[in-house]
Ligand binder design. Sequence first.
Ligand SMILES: [Zn+2]
Length: 399
Amino acid sequence: MNINLTRLKSNILKIGEIGRKKGEGITRLAFSDVYYKASDVFKDLMKDAGLKVKTDRLGNVFGKREGKNNDLPSIMIGSHMDTVKNGGLFDGNLGVNAALECIYVLEENNIKTKHPIEIVSFNAEEGSEMGGTFGSRVMVGLQDPLENGLADKLKKYGLTLDDVKSSIRNTSEIKAFLELHIEQGGDLFSKDIPIGIVKGIAGITRYRISALGEANHAGTTPMNLRKDAMMGASKLMVEIEKIAKSMGAPFVATIGVTDVFPGAVNIIPGRVELILEMRDLNQERIEKAVNKIKKSAQSIGEVDFKFELLINKPPVKTSRRIVQCIEEACIDKNIPYQIMASGAGHDAKAIANKVPTGMIFVPSKDGKSHCPDEWTDWEDIKKGTEILLDTIIRLDRIL
Ligand SMILES: [Zn+2]
């Protein structure tokens, strides 16, 4: 059974042309005309492959291939069709087209699976007013239709609460979900390993940390009498980096936002606000790091620190059984792999809360993604798609 790389490449490039601007990468924002145009092209590709195609009212697209027993729930495979602004060729696009390629190969080899197979191409995985992975969160019922302010946000995209309600699927119709995606980090690429098997998707915890000192005259206040919020915040930042490194991978901590008040060249900062983001596969480890950081903040004498929790999205584990299946596929095909965490959020993360889920990574050249330079070697794409197909067949047998 062979993946047809020429066909897969041509389909990836075909979708990649939609929303592409020379020198600016690809922009197919959720709910945009360009997004729907790409979805229509993909729907036609699925129809040509003999799939029964459906679209929900949020613009998620499905294509179903019948199984031997259509009373069984589907094995669902896919990814997302929307991109960030000035994104790359493979983010999302790879997963939907690799899923379609698997269908072609099953057809060509007259392989009928026991379970129906359903391709999904999600809308709004990247950010929208409603937050990331909106399409998949709604599908599995994780988006509360009664969430405060949701109706107003939807209105901006011409959508209603009814559109959300009608797009919720009964998850008992889905036996398992598989997503092939680029790693969007440099781990596989730097180690020259073509396949990553995702054991879990990192949780995200964000705090606003306020360093509280005293604003005062920058010319007349001697160094020993200052309560400089900026200096205090800087000391804490250095400690945060040390703590993050001591936690070990996959723990990461980032301070991506700082605000200095009042923010003038001749005034000692009275208050500094930092947004600290931490990610890890284990919620307890994140909490442990927070405690260390708080303790460290207490030891910085000249300023007080206030911690305010902004977001806590717990990590999600993928299915151990599916991880095992993907691993067996790699061993069988003699393709090197590593079992790893995903630091980025994905549709698979939302779905893993409700349905046994597996995720396969292929390397991102120089670890780059969400930019026009995003690249993955075509040979790695072929390997990733082969493993995806092999895993579908294995899962169909054991589930
Ligand atoms: Zn993606």
